[in-house]
Design a protein around this ligand. Sequence first.
Ligand code: NAD
Length: 331
Amino acid sequence: MSKQQGIFDLTELKGKIAIVTGAGNNGIGWGLCKHAAGHLGMHVVAMDLHKNLVDSAQQRLQRAYPAVKVLGIACDVTKPEELAAALSAIEAFFPNSEIGAVFANAGTLFNKTILKSSIDEWATTLNVNVLGVVNTIQAFLPKMQLSETGSIFCTTASVGGLVRGDGGTASYQASKHAVVSLTESLSFEIARRSPQIRVHVLCPCIVESALPTNSKTNAQEESGEINANDIQPSSTPTIDFAMTTENHAQQVFDLIAANKFYLLTDNVRPYVNHDYPFEALKIVRERMENMSDLTLDNAGAFPTEPGDTKTSTLTGAMFREARKRKTPAAK
Ligand SMILES: NC(=O)c1ccc[n+]([C@@H]2O[C@H](COP(=O)([O-])OP(=O)(O)OC[C@H]3O[C@@H](n4cnc5c(N)ncnc54)[C@H](O)[C@@H]3O)[C@@H](O)[C@H]2O)c1
C-alpha cells in the first residue's frame, strides 16, 4: 500500500490557482503567494480578513507578477458563508482554471497562560485556527475532488502542534495540535477516493511575521476599538534567526515536491544564513520518547540560570545562541 503519492512534479501547477488564506500581512501566506506566482506560474487568490489588506496584496502581487492573474478576497475563515462566496468569486474570476493548491494558513495567537487567557481568547483561537481550517477544507475540497489532475491541500499548524505543551501559549499550542490531527484525518479520509489531492500539514518553526501584533489588531477591530478601514498590511519585524517568508515558501514547496506530509520547516541552511536551527525534530523525538515511557518531564520549568525562559521546547541551538548573545530569544 502506498504511504503517500510519490514525488510531485511542481511544474504541473503552472496555470492553476493557488488559494492562500491569511495572506494579507506580509507573513507566511504572503511568501507562499509570491512563490506560487513567481516560481510556479500559478494564478493567485490572496485572502485575509480586511478589504484593505487584500486589495493591497492584490495590487502588489499583480504588479510584481504580470504574467499571472491575481485576486484579493476579504473573507473571514470562521464564516462558512464567506468562504462559499469566495469560491463563487474565484469561479467567476478564473472560469477556465483549476484549483492547484489551497493553503489554509490564517491563524491567530494570544501569548498567555491558561489562567491568564480569557475564554473569548480561547474561543477566537480555536475558531480561527481549528474551525477556520475545517471551514476552508469544506469550502474548497469538494471542488478539487471533481478534478483528476494533481493538487495540494495544505493546512498551517506549527512546530507547536508537534511538540509538548509549554508555558505561555496554551490555547495556540492546543489549536495547532488539533490542526495536525485533523489534517492527518483528512489525508486518511481522501487517500482512496481522491489520491490526486496531496494533503500536507505545515509546521513552521520561526518565520518573519508580525503574528502577535496582527492578532491583537484583529481582536481590537472585532471589539470596535479600531476601524477595519484603518488597518494596513503590517511591516515585518526582523526577528533573530528567523527565516524570510520567501525562503520559507521555497522550503515548503521543496518538501511538497519531496513527498513529505509533515512540512516541518526548520531554520536550517540553505533556507537561513546561520547555523542555529530550532532543532524541531530533536524536540519532537524527545516528546515521543517521553510518551512511550508514559511520562512528562517538567525540568524546563526550573531554569538553572537567572533570566532563562521557562520552557521545554525552546531549547535548540537557536535559543542557546540567543541566550549567549543575550538577545531576546526568537518567539
Ligand atoms: N511566523 C511563524 O514563525 C509561525 C510559526 C508557526 C506557525 N505559524 C502559523 O503560520 C500562519 C501564518 O502566520 P504568520 O506568522 O505568517 O502571521 P500573519 O499575521 O502574517 O498571518 C496570519 C494571518 O491570518 C489572518 N487572519 C486571522 N484571523 C483570520 C480570519 N478569521 N479570517 C481570515 N484571516 C484571518 C490575519 O489577519 C493574518 O494576516 C498562522 O497559522 C500561524 O499560526 C507561524
